[in-house]
Design a protein around this ligand. Structure first.
Ligand code: KIV
Ligand code: ZN
Length: 531
């Protein structure tokens, strides 16, 4: 029988720490729920002491999920452990994850501790953490560059003081699989109480070996793997969960290990991460990239038609990439639409589904063939009703190569319609200016990305924007056959998030690159109720 390996997901901690992957509270809760559905065993929800926001999100996740263990990271310091415990204690299964670097390099230059002092600190803090919580993980940061005999001393002490999981991270992604295997074997052979703890691997990908090293650790005896969706994380990232999990599933002959992951949820989880953070998945990314199951060359296509096993080592269905069994179009009713959503892995509340169905019908009027990718784009760009402060009522844009662009926009808020007009060097610029004038809240456009959802001429255009004001950065996504409409919708989605966070400081401290409309109010702002 295959040995069970526990999946410790650190997308919301190590992953979220990486530039470009920050998420707000609601996004983190939604992601944590997705991880629960995916079947991860442990969710590392954050680093509670690091900021009030992190504390709040660890606590909210601890309350929001039921089955997985919820962990918070803590340095080997009493105040960190107190914060971690305060944040996770309401979880059904709480864990405190204490860490301290143990390599001479880190001890001497970063911590300025001798080996003996560090060992004392481990004993003191692991014992303290264990006095609060029954589930304690201890990580020896930079384990792979730590002297092996000292490592064994620290591991033995941590277990004696109550650690139930021992993590041996390759913090800087420096090791090779053989070295990892050697390290885990050495610890198993030289730590007398090692059978009282689960050994965990946490490998970074600086040399592209994170998954190989993680799996090497498992073959040597580790039974917990620390990983992230799509391999996000500090620098080059962590081991990608979907790769580790599918490797075990696909190569049972060589790696007889099993996990609790419902692999058919993988694609959806990866898409959710991408949608939430606005970071695209590399098309060549193993398991979840757009090309992972695409067969372009004639030889490959021929082989696939003869027998899919010629070029496919796992099926797209096994990772939740559904075959298009049900084709939707203009005449499809809500029942078929609901069925399609389920087929694509979405379970939405009734009101949200109704709103989406209305969007779908509008799209059918403009686009002949509606593919699964179109539906995914629609689902992932639709804001929930409570987030929608401003919605688009109508727009008219004029644009040409020898003129400035003008945009006349009408937005709806709380049953009233507000209109304004703006000019700009291009239609998107003019539209966003008009939006800014209506909502009376300056924002800067930090990033704008557009792509076609499918290859056809009448493809939906998907726009992703990142906007910011003094209080933070917000992402939005919009989809339409009209790219100006998609641009306005994506901006409204981001702006609605911004406004729902009750930002009060309007124009003070406006940065130089913020679009300022104060000097060129060419048209008076007109509030026209009920129009
Ligand atoms: O990479 C690392 O060593 C870590 C520890 C804090 C577990 O992220
Ligand atoms: Zn790490």
């Amino acid at each position: 029988m295959a040995d069970r390996v526990y999946i410790f997901d650190t997308t919301l901690r190590d992953g979220e720490q990486a530039p470009g992957y920050s998420m707000n509270l609601q996004e983190k809760i939604q992601m944590a729920r997705m991880l629960e559905t995916l079947g991860v065993d442990i969710i590392e929800a954050g680093f509670a002491i690091s900021s009030p926001g992190d504390f709040e999100s660890v606590q909210a996740i601890a309350r929001a999920v039921e089955r997985p263990v919820v962990a918070s990271l803590a340095r080997a310091l009493k105040k960190d452990i107190d914060a971690a415990w305060a944040a996770v204690k309401e979880a059904r299964h709480p864990r405190i994850h204490v860490f301290l670097a143990t390599s001479d390099l880190h001890l001497e230059y970063k911590l300025k501790l001798t080996r003996e002092e560090a060992l004392e600190r481990v004993k003191e803090n692991v014992s303290y953490a264990r006095s609060l919580c029954g589930d304690i993980e201890f990580s020896l940061e930079d384990a792979t560059r730590t002297d092996l005999d000292y490592m064994c001393q620290v591991v033995e002490a941590a277990i004696a003081c109550g650690a139930t999981t021992i993590n041996l991270p390759d913090t800087v992604g420096y090791s090779t699989p053989d070295e990892i295997r050697g390290m885990v074997t050495y610890v198993k052979e030289h730590v007398p109480n090692i059978d009282q703890a689960v050994i965990s691997m946490h490998c970074h990908n600086d040399l592209g070996l994170a998954v190989a090293n993680t799996v090497a650790g498992v073959s040597a005896g580790a039974r917990q793997v620390e990983c992230t969706l799509c391999g996000i994380g500090e620098r080059a990232g962590n081991a990608a969960m979907e790769e580790v999990v599918m490797l075990f599933k696909t190569r049972q002959d060589a790696l007889p290990f099993e996990t609790g992951i419902e692999t058919r949820e993988i694609t959806k989880a990866a898409r959710m991460l991408s949608t939430t953070t606005g970071v695209k998945i590399n098309p060549s990314k193993a398991i979840v990239g757009a090309n992972a199951f695409a067969h372009e060359s004639g030889i490959h296509q021929h082989g696939m038609m003869a027998n899919s096993r010629t070029y496919e080592i796992m099926t797209p269905e096994s990772v939740g990439l559904g075959q298009t069994s049900l084709v939707l179009g203009k005449h499809s009713g809500q029942h078929a639409f609901s069925k399609k959503l389920v087929e694509l892995g979405y379970k939405l509340p009734k009101e949200e589904e109704d709103r989406l169905f209305a969007e779908f019908k509008k799209t059918c009027d403009r686009k002949k063939n509606i593919s699964d990718r179109d539906i995914v784009a629609l689902v992932e760009s639709t804001e929930s009703a409570e987030d929608q402060i401003w919605s688009l009522e109508s727009f008219v844009v004029n644009s040409g190569n020898h003129m400035d662009s003008t945009a006349c926009i009408a937005l709806r808020k709380g049953g009233k319609v507000y209109k304004d007009v703006a000019i700009g060097t291009g239609p998107v610029y003019a539209s966003l200016r008009a939006v800014e004038k209506i909502i009376k809240h300056p924002f800067s456009l930090d990033d704008y990305f557009i792509q076609a959802v499918t290859e056809d001429r009448d493809a939906l255009g998907e726009v992703q924007v990142r906007v910011s004001d003094q209080s933070g950065t917000y992402r939005g996504r919009g989809v339409s056959t009209d790219i100006i409409e998609a641009s306005i919708l994506s901006t409204l989605a981001a702006v609605n998030k911004m406004l729902s966070e009750k930002v009060s400081s309007l124009s003070q401290g406006q940065s130089a690159n913020q679009m300022s409309f104060e000097n060129d109010m060419l048209y008076e702002h007109t509030d026209k109720s009920g129009e």
